[in-house]
Design a protein around this ligand. Structure first.
Ligand SMILES: [Zn+2]
Length: 258
């Protein structure tokens, strides 16, 4: 009997990270977009296919106990560290604690209420429960945890070539680089939003990415999906982490007619 905590990913996902090592190594299918050259030559930057296998490898090879924060002001550093580490009082959990807690919930050896909630969340958010075939969700959470343990973060400035990718994004990753770029929008948002963004970016560092653009979750909830891309959508991972870690779900806007 497959144990619930043996969490397996889907086998039918096409390898969307054209030509790069893909941590889940899903089998090639006839829908492999890499067989369509123009799709494989999509921009190598931004929120679409914004993953470098090198990034994960580098993070693993040279762990740092403190994050490298390049080009950031003291005020920005403070906000980044709070988003990563939380407030230290458990009133606000940072990105690291969320991913670690989610991983621990999934590592349970018995069917705890937390694991049941995570399973329901997985079904709603990814479109598949925790008993699925492929490589494990816990493996990806482990990789995200590692990425957040020693992140290289850089505050984008107008003089940076990459700054143009800040348009409409709080943060991004460029293939071939090992750094997460943080944009002005990141610092304009709330602590909660910043923590979610860091979880989102850590999923990219762990091999999660969509071939053509990506969608964002407006509502983080254990009962709602915000993308049809399942395991390929970084924000699905961010929402799932929140759910599995027991963070409060967002309330959907109540629309009243009068
Ligand atoms: Zn993204």
């Amino acid at each position: 009997m497959p144990a619930l905590y043996t969490l397996l990913a889907m086998v039918f996902l096409p390898a969307l990270l054209c030509g790069q090592e893909y941590p889940w190594t899903p089998p090639q299918t006839s829908a492999d977009p890499c067989k369509v050259p123009e799709k494989c030559e999509a921009p190598l930057v931004g929120e679409a296919r914004d993953y470098g296998a090198e990034a994960a490898a580098a993070a693993e090879a040279s762990p740092r106990s403190t994050p490298a924060l390049q080009g950031c002001t003291d005020s920005q550093k403070k906000n980044i560290l709070r988003a990563l580490n939380g407030d230290g009082k458990k009133k606000f959990n940072g990105a690291k604690a969320r991913v670690l807690t989610a991983k621990k919930v999934l590592d349970a050896t018995s069917l705890t209420p937390e694991l049941q909630r995570a399973n329901q969340g997985s079904k709603a958010i990814f479109g598949a429960g925790l008993e699925i075939t492929g490589v494990t969700i816990t493996e990806t959470l482990g990789s995200m945890n590692k990425a957040l343990g020693s992140p290289a973060l850089r505050c984008a400035k107008p003089a940076d070539d990459e700054y143009k990718y800040c348009e409409a994004r709080p943060a991004f990753i460029v293939i071939g680089q090992t750094v997460v770029w943080l944009c002005p929008d990141f610092f304009k948002s709330s602590d909660e939003s910043r923590a979610r963004t860091l979880v989102h970016e850590s999923s990219h560092l762990s091999g999660v990415g969509e071939s053509q653009g990506e969608s964002y979750c407006m509502i983080f909830s254990c009962s709602e999906s915000c993308s049809d891309s399942g395991f390929l959508a970084a924000d699905n991972w961010a929402s799932f982490v929140n759910c599995a870690a027991g963070e409060a779900s967002d309330e959907a806007d109540v629309i009243t007619a009068d």
